[in-house]
Design a protein around this ligand. Structure first.
Ligand code: ADP
Ligand code: MG
Length: 258
């Protein structure tokens, strides 16, 4: 059984009769420990697909039909409490701008230590030790001092490292990363992606990686799903798709890789 099994997912904004869906009958499965890349041009419905999994569609955005099975349970049919617990403990999400997920009025330490106390049931002192070790693992120097700082005191790349440390604390079964390096300097991008890959491999976490960079897909993903205009136009193992893309659109995407 796949960890995530989405079928016929259709999402729209506003009146169903008049406004066409922005995600239109998408099927998408993610196996345990698998890295699946979701690619496609801007506006193709990647983020809405991802946000529907974590129940964070923007206002007026509605799932019109389909199902999202996670560990066999339909997330679209769960009660609120059950949903919150699945989405809180089993699914993590990293956005393009980490400030979306970090609390600006708490120090990095408060946020990391709290996550460890709640999820790992560690004592305050143990959590602090672990938080320092995690920050060090993500390449943050002087971690003990950094714990006392607020998110705005970190650079974009450092904040994304903190988010990855946070995910190491939460150990989700599924991590969704929506263009996690798009906002970062090119030199930092590869470091963050390497870190992300090491983390999901170590924890056996499944990763849904949204990107428009086919170079990243080639480096990281086991499987790739190509979306265009709300629909999946191609899907398969990376090696197969890179060797012989079937859809015209995928061919054009690949042609654009330097
Ligand atoms: P992608 O992540 O592939 O760039 P999105 O999933 O964010 O694309 O968006 C898909 C489409 O959904 C967009 O082209 C846009 O038309 C529509 N959309 C996104 N957010 C909103 C919103 N808040 N209100 C209305 N339409 C939206
Ligand atoms: Mg997007």
């Amino acid at each position: 059984m796949a960890l995530v099994d989405i079928s016929g997912l259709t999402i729209g904004f506003g009146a169903e009769e008049t406004l066409p869906p922005v995600v239109d009958g998408v099927d998408l499965a993610i196996g345990k420990g698998e890295i699946v890349a979701l690619v496609g041009e801007s506006g193709s419905g990647k983020s809405m697909t991802a946000l529907s999994i974590v129940g964070l569609l923007p206002e007026r955005g509605k799932v019109r039909s389909g199902r999202i099975l996670f560990e066999g349970e339909d997330l679209l049919k769960c009660g609120d409490a059950q949903l919150r617990s699945v989405r809180g403990a089993r699914i993590g999400m990293i956005f393009q701008e980490p400030m979306t997920s970090l609390n600006p009025v708490l120090t990095i330490g408060e946020q990391l230590v709290e996550a460890l106390i709640v999820h790992e049931k560690l004592s305050q002192a143990e959590s602090r030790k672990r938080a320092i070790a995690m920050l060090e693992r993500t390449g943050i120097d002087d971690a003990a001092r950094r714990l006392r700082q607020y998110p705005h005191e970190f650079s974009g790349g450092m904040r994304q490292r903190v988010m990855i440390a946070m995910m190491m604390a939460l150990k989700p079964a599924l991590l969704i990363a929506d263009e996690p390096t798009t906002a970062l300097d090119v030199t930092i991008q590869a470091q963050i992606l390497d870190l992300l890959r090491d983390m999901v491999r170590d924890l056996d976490t499944s990763l849904l990686l949204i990107t428009h960079d086919m170079g990243v897909v080639a480096e990281m993903a086991d499987r790739v799903v190509v979306m265009r205009g709300g629909k999946v136009v191609e899907e398969g193992d990376c090696t197969a798709i890179f060797a012989a893309p079937q859809a015209d659109y995928t061919r054009r995407l690949l042609a654009a890789v330097p």
